[in-house]
Structures are given as C-alpha cells and as structure tokens.
Design a protein around this ligand. Structure first.
Ligand SMILES: Cc1ncc(COP(=O)(O)O)c(C=O)c1O
Length: 398
C-alpha cells in the first residue's frame, strides 16, 4: 500500500499537502468535478431553459440515482446543499412548545447542537443531551437513550456515525426504541453515506440528513433530506421563496425546498455522478483500502506513550475514520471551531499534514481519515510526526 491505489489518479489534490481529513471535507474524483462543471455550463448556455424547463426534471433524475444507493424511493428524498441545511429544515418543521424537549446525545456535531438550541430558544422548548456510555457499547447506548426519552421528548436527534469520536451507532435499534416510546427520530447521517450500507426505508427513522461531500465524494454543496411520508405534510422551509414548482408541475412536498431563489444546482445534479463512480465494487474497494490504512495507522498511534483508543476500541468498530485519545500535556489548550489544537497546527505548518484534532467532553483526540487517494506512506508520515510532536510536548512540559 506504499504504492497508490489505481483510482488515486482520479483526484487532483495539492501535492504540497498530505490530506488526511476526508472526514471533514471530502474532495471529488475527476468525473464528479467534470459533471458539476458541465451542469454549470449548461445553465450558462440558456438560463431560461435550464431553470424553467430542465432543472426539476434533472433533479428528479439525480435523486432517483441517489435514492437507489440509499435504498429508498425518490418521493421520500429531496436534494439539498448539505446536512446542515437538511437539519435546519427538520428544525423548522418540528412544532415545539414551552416545556417540550429535543433529546440529543453527547456525541452530536456542534453545529447540529446549535441548530436545536436556536430552535428551542425561539419556541421556549429545551434541548437535553444523553451521555452515552464510554466507549459506546451498542446495547448500552440503546439502553441509555431509551432511559433518557421522556413524555415531553418531541424528537431524538442522533448521529449514524459520530463526528469527533468517529463511532458507528446502532441506529436501527435506537430508532426502534424511540418508536416504541412514540418519539420521532432525526438521524444525522453525513458520514454514513458510502461508509456503510444504507437502507433508509427500513431504518425506522422519521428524517435522515446527509451530505454528499464526505465518503461518497460528491460535490461540495450536495446533500439530501429523507423524510418519512408520515412527516411530509409538516415540512416547512427555513428559506422562503416562491414555494411552488417553477415548471408548473403538480404540487409536491419538495417544492418549497427545491426553488430557493436563483442559484446553480450543479452540485446537486452531479451528486448522481458520485453514485455512478462508486459502483458496488468501488465502494468495497474504498472501504477495504481505507480500513487497512486506518487500522495500521491507529495501531502505530496506540504505541505512542499515553495515546489510547477512543470510542472505537476494536478494529471492526470503524471503517475509514478513527480517533485516538491524546495526552493533555501541561499547557495544552482545548481547540475549538476555527481555533485548532496546537498539534493540528504543527502538523499542518511543519509537516504539511491535514488531520482533525480537538477536544470532546474534556478529552483530547486526533481523528484520522483515509480514502482511495491516500497511501500507507502518508499515514506513516503522519503517525511519525504525531509521535515527535507529542514527545516535544512532554519535554517542554518537564
Ligand atoms: C455528524 C455531522 N453532522 C453534520 C455535519 C455537517 O455537515 P455539512 O457541513 O456537510 O452540512 C458534519 C460535518 O462534519 C458531521 O460530521
């Protein structure tokens, strides 16, 4: 694996960087970038034709291709810019009153927490966070969530694959437990696409929010919201525009979300090309290549003094992304959005390596991601640099 994967030439990453943060922002292969550019050209060629006659038909076609991958029907799916947008739609569509509660887990993504805190502030409701057992053993995670669901819980918001901690949660069992208590579930799923086999119709959730730019390598600015038919009538848009079909088609629950003012929908249309690129064979290849790289890198990291397994103690607990816990050397300050941990800055500035480090629940972590364009050499560069920097930190702290 020191040699590149045969498909690595599909990506054109800056050779000055070692890119190990696909989990935050995942670049696209050539065919996807070309498709997006072609759709933008098509718009510029004849805007009236594209916006008024072509766009809705093409969005339907693209969402049919995406729906097949997600094992669902296109009338349950609307293509949107990203999971953040989708989550905002769910927030706008969830009626809340003073005294109501929205339950999240302590592993939820910061921006998602912000969305629900803002929605609760505006309605007099409140958010609550259930602490999952650490590391989150599946049965214990389901039990903790079940115990935290109260009569006033109006929605459970839970990640399929968590962000900082990179753990895969037993989402089907969680949905089942919530349904037994009559609580709707919104799954935050950007990392699950391509990383896991999805079958949205059988999950038992009410909403599923996804981003195309992560493991599926879709264009930046592509994502989706999946809505169970029982929730369709309640869907509200957080961005108000015309609210109807621009082509004059019969009304659909998706209308208010598809025309959000004049904008280039090329990333949404080219999301279908990411699905075409990731045939079942290529998905299997991505999973096995990335897992091999991450597994070996994680083992090397775990040999560094005071580095320990985080939320994914066993090799089968992760696919293409894993996090380890780092020592909190004297003088270490927790990083946060826009102000990364000093290790992340040193890796970037001194070694040209991009990874995610940060703090979660008072713990310091490093999260590694790998995709088809990465090599074992790159991961070795990273783990060696991490060992060196942590050793320097230890010396400096003495
Ligand atoms: C678990 C989780 N939810 C939501 C998001 C937001 O995704 P996006 O920025 O594509 O909207 C992320 C992004 O990293 C994430 O990891």
């Amino acid at each position: 694996m020191t040699t590149a994967h045969p498909l690595a030439s599909e990506w054109e990453l800056d050779p000055a960087s070692v890119y190990l943060n696909h989990g935050s922002f995942g670049p696209s292969p050539r065919s996807v970038r070309q498709a997006r550019e072609a759709w933008s050209r098509q718009l510029e060629l004849q805007p009236m034709r594209h916006f008024c006659r072509e766009l809705e038909v093409e969005l339907d076609r693209a969402s049919e291709v995406v729906a097949k991958l997600l094992r669902t029907q296109t009338d349950r799916l609307v293509l949107l810019d990203n999971a953040t947008f989708a989550m905002n739609v769910v927030a706008a569509s969830t009626p809340l009153n003073p005294g109501d509660e929205v339950l999240l887990t302590d592993h939820e993504y910061g921006a998602v927490r912000n969305i629900w805190q803002a929605r609760c502030r505006a309605t007099g409701a409140r958010t609550a966070a259930v602490t999952l057992p650490f590391p989150p053993d599946p049965a214990a995670a389901v039990a903790a969530i079940t115990a935290a669901l109260k009569p006033e819980t109006r929605l459970l918001v839970v990640s399929h694959v968590t962000s900082a901690t990179a753990c895969i949660l037993p989402i089907r069992d969680i949905c089942h437990a919530a349904r037994q208590k009559g609580v709707p579930v919104c799954v935050d799923g950007p990392h699950a696409l391509a990383m896991l086999d999805l079958n949205l119709d059988s999950l038992g959730c009410d909403y599923y929010c996804g981003s195309g730019h992560k493991w599926l390598c879709g264009p930046f600015g592509s994502g989706f919201l999946w809505v169970h038919p029982r929730r369709r009538d309640a869907i509200q848009t957080p961005i108000v525009s015309w609210g109807g079909s621009i082509a004059g088609r019969p009304a659909s629950w998706k209308d208010s979300l598809q025309w959000l003012g004049t904008r280039d929908a090329a990333p949404l249309l080219a999301l279908a090309d990411a699905v075409r690129f990731f045939s079942p064979d290529v998905i299997a290849e991505y999973r096995s290549w990335s897992h091999t790289l991450i597994r070996a890198a994680r083992e090397r990291l775990l040999q560094i003094p005071e580095v320990s397994a985080f939320c994914t103690p066993a090799e089968n607990d992760f696919v293409s992304m894993a996090a380890v816990e780092l020592p909190q050397t004297a003088g270490w300050k927790p990083g946060y959005h826009g102000h990364p941990d000093s290790l992340q800055i040193q890796l970037r500035d001194q070694h040209g390596i991009e990874v995610l480090t940060g703090s979660w629940s008072g713990r310091r972590f490093l999260r590694l991601s790998a995709h088809l364009y990465n090599t074992s050499q790159q991961l070795e560069l990273c783990t060696t640099a991490v060992a060196d920097i942590l050793q320097q930190e230890r010396h400096a702290a003495k």
